[in-house]
Design a protein around this ligand. Structure first.
Ligand SMILES: N[C@@H](CCC(=O)N[C@@H](CS)C(=O)NCC(=O)O)C(=O)O
Length: 220
């Protein structure tokens, strides 16, 4: 069946799926939508995802949206290179840590990134500093895992790495902005503050096909 991915540049949710498709070596028709033109809200897109968000994957007549659901579908449908582990136990841990990340880290990372890109750091500095503490604590936990293993869970690159990686890249990009210098002082440079995480980033950046997943507008 022909796969089509509808996605947006710089969307961490879309990036997860691009990483999975490249890792699994699955050819797909790439439909890059433009947020500034609200293309994700077109009648054709709303028919597939009434929430008007990307990523959306189409496989023949089948449509799935929500990034983690897409990763799971791809693994069930194209299991040759598994991304949810190699045993039920490993799958359970991968899914658990994905759920933990989404519940306890992602909202804080998103809040920080949104504020930086909307130029609202000064107005909200106390709440953002608190959010950075939460993110720092979660990053420490991941750092602990990565100081013992190459990947966050198990011996192989998994859906969990794909879920977390785009957010870390986005956070680094946001914290690099001059307005966020103080906020990011204990996070960047990652080579000093989170050396195992920094090595993990380089490991993913060196994977075959990684360059094709890189947000095109970040190159501009
Ligand atoms: N929980 C969804 C989140 C998807 C999402 O929020 N996508 C954003 C891009 S990062 C989007 O399409 N936003 C467009 C809009 O809200 O109009 C997932 O995991 O796929």
């Amino acid at each position: 069946m022909a796969l089509t991915l509808y996605w947006g540049s710089g969307s961490p949710f879309s990036w997860r799926v691009l990483l999975a498709l490249e890792h699994k070596g699955l050819p797909f028709d790439s439909q890059l939508l433009h947020f500034d033109k609200q293309e994700q809200q077109s009648p054709q897109m709303l028919k597939m995802n009434p929430r008007g968000r990307v990523p959306v994957l189409k496989d023949g007549d089948y449509v799935v949206f929500e990034s983690v659901a897409i990763l799971y579908y791809l693994d069930m449908k194209y299991p040759q290179i598994p991304i949810f582990g190699e045993s039920p136990e490993e799958a359970g841990v991968i899914m658990r840590v994905i759920c933990e990340f989404q519940a306890y880290a992602e909202p804080y990372v998103q809040k920080i990134i949104d504020a930086i890109f909307a130029d609202r750091v000064a107005q909200d500095v106390d709440a953002l500093t608190d959010a950075m503490h939460v993110v720092g604590r979660e990053a420490r936990t991941i750092e602990g895992r990565l100081s013992k293993e190459e990947w966050i869970v198990g011996a192989h690159y998994s859906a969990l790495d794909m879920v977390i990686f785009p957010w870390i890249q986005l956070l680094r990009r946001a914290l690099d902005k001059p307005a966020a210098a103080e906020l990011g002082a204990r996070f960047l440079p990652m080579e000093r503050n989170y050396p195992a995480l920094a090595r993990w980033i380089h490991r993913i950046e060196a994977l075959p096909g990684y360059e094709r997943t890189y947000p095109p507008h970040w190159r501009e």
